[in-house]
Design a protein around this ligand. Structure first.
Ligand code: ATP
Ligand code: MG
Length: 419
């Protein structure tokens, strides 16, 4: 992509009212645009990042035999009245449909997936089944001021698993846990498994928490055994696993997994016939992961005073090619050539091809956007001259200070190998 064609351009300043770091940087760098509190447009570069996170999540869900589907965001309120959550969930968006019917914008999907599965599952032969979606959720959050960390409309991956027994559910639950740890590692987040309450879903749950001062949750980490507890379930000042002392931290909840209460299966009559022909209740789990919140969390933990520092797996582009001295026709044609060479090699590249913009302004934009590798081509570092006279391209990692001068072949090897 050529920067001259990219929509939109970077902003000099964050808009007033952007309180959180992720919102300030993501808006300034052109990844998101705020429509109202907690509601954002994902701009082209922002959507690329979300797509990369989603693809990693998909890969890991598919590895544990998850099957992807998409359920509606608009729900009949009857299903929510059946579980009692029409009144008990305080962040529920309620609206009226044609003819005055009560409708709900889905904050989660138990009310849809239980009746759906109940319609198709009747025998032990139909189980287990693991279904997930990556879909937009709606919650009327009272404090939606933390950028992508707390949306009123946001992107979540939710997986639901259905089993013939709690034992089978529990062993699948462990696989999901491991998949979550792999996902967070791959996208560059250090997420700690945390014991937490189960909300309206279950008695207890496990959260995945990323420690950072801007986090809204308070967690306690045991200095002796490493166990982590959400403040909401803590009854003692000592670790309930080993008696060790606890350290208090602020953290962002990026994922939450729950063994589901039986009441959902009872409400929606989700039973199956076992091998001896008797009816039994289906056991289930649900597993949420905040895709858009994870994007915000990455920015919160990975930035400096100049801008974002994307991890390589989720960066919108791999290389930010900065063209300098482009008024010179020779340099310009060399820069074009280099841009095409990257494309031919399947390297995702953003080419700053603007002519009348200073080197300083281009570098500032590169730092703000946060693409992992910055490669500079200029009068001094031209491609043909590099072949002919030993001059080289300048390459710098966004996360490091050091610049290196290397041949195109070496640059290519670095940016390709790192992925
Ligand atoms: P919180 O306590 O932060 O309000 P929650 O516990 O209600 O979140 P869950 O119902 O567990 O959220 O949802 C699963 C995941 O969806 C969360 O772990 C989080 O990553 C993400 N998520 C929840 N609410 C939001 C939101 N308002 N904006 C963005 N992501 C969210
Ligand atoms: Mg939660």
């Amino acid at each position: 992509m050529k920067y001259s064609k990219l929509f939109p351009k970077t902003l000099k300043q964050a808009p007033s009212g952007a309180e959180s770091i992720n919102q300030q940087l993501l808006v300034r760098a052109g990844f998101i645009h705020q429509e109202m509190a907690g509601v954002y447009t994902y701009l082209p570069m922002g959507w690329k990042v979300l797509d990369k996170i989603s693809d990693i999540v998909r890969e890991e869900m598919d590895k544990i035999e998850g099957q992807e589907l998409v359920m509606p965001a608009l729900h009949p309120a009857d299903l929510w009245k059946k579980t009692g959550r029409f009144t008990s969930v305080d962040v529920l968006f309620k609206l009226k449909g044609a003819g005055g019917a009560d409708l709900v914008l889905g904050p989660t999907h138990e009310e849809i997936i239980y009746p759906l599965v109940a319609e198709y599952v009747s025998s032990y032969r139909d189980l287990p089944v693991y279904l997930y979606q990556i879909q937009v959720k709606f919650r009327n959050e009272p404090r939606a001021k933390a950028g992508l960390l707390r949306g009123r409309e946001f992107l979540m991956k939710d997986l639901y698993s259905f089993h013939t027994s709690d034992d089978d559910r529990n062993s699948y639950y462990k696989k999901v846990r491991e998949a979550y740890l792999r996902i967070f590692k791959r996208i560059g987040l250090k997420a700690l498994e945390t014991k937490a309450s189960g909300g309206t879903f279950s008695d207890l749950s496990e959260e995945f928490q990323v420690i950072t001062p801007s986090g809204e949750d308070t967690i306690f980490v045991c200095l002796k055994c490493g166990s982590v507890f959400n403040k909401e379930i803590l009854s003692d000042k000592k670790c309930s696993d080993c008696g060790g002392s606890l350290k208090q931290e602020k953290a962002i909840e990026v994922g939450n997994i729950f063994p589901l209460k039986r009441s959902f299966a009872e409400t929606f009559k989700l039973y199956f016939t076992n091998q001896s022909g008797q009816q039994e209740i289906v056991s289930a789990g649900c597993y949420g992961l905040g895709i858009s919140r994870a994007m915000g969390a990455i920015v919160e933990v990975s930035h400096d005073n100049k801008g974002i520092i994307w991890s390589e797996a989720v960066a919108p582009y791999r290389v930010h090619l900065v063209g300098l001295d482009l008024g010179d026709p020779h340099v310009e044609s060399e820069a074009e050539k280099l841009y095409k060479l990257f494309l031919v090699e399947n390297v995702e590249v953003l080419f700053d091809d603007r002519v009348n913009v200073s080197a300083g302004a281009k570098f500032a934009d590169a730092d703000l956007i946060g693409i992992p590798y910055r490669v500079v081509i200029s009068k001094k570092t031209c491609l043909t001259s590099s072949r002919n006279s030993g001059n080289k391209l300048e390459i710098k990692k966004r996360s490091e200070k050091e610049t290196k001068f290397l041949s195109f072949e070496k640059v290519l090897k670095i940016v390709k190998d790192s992925g």
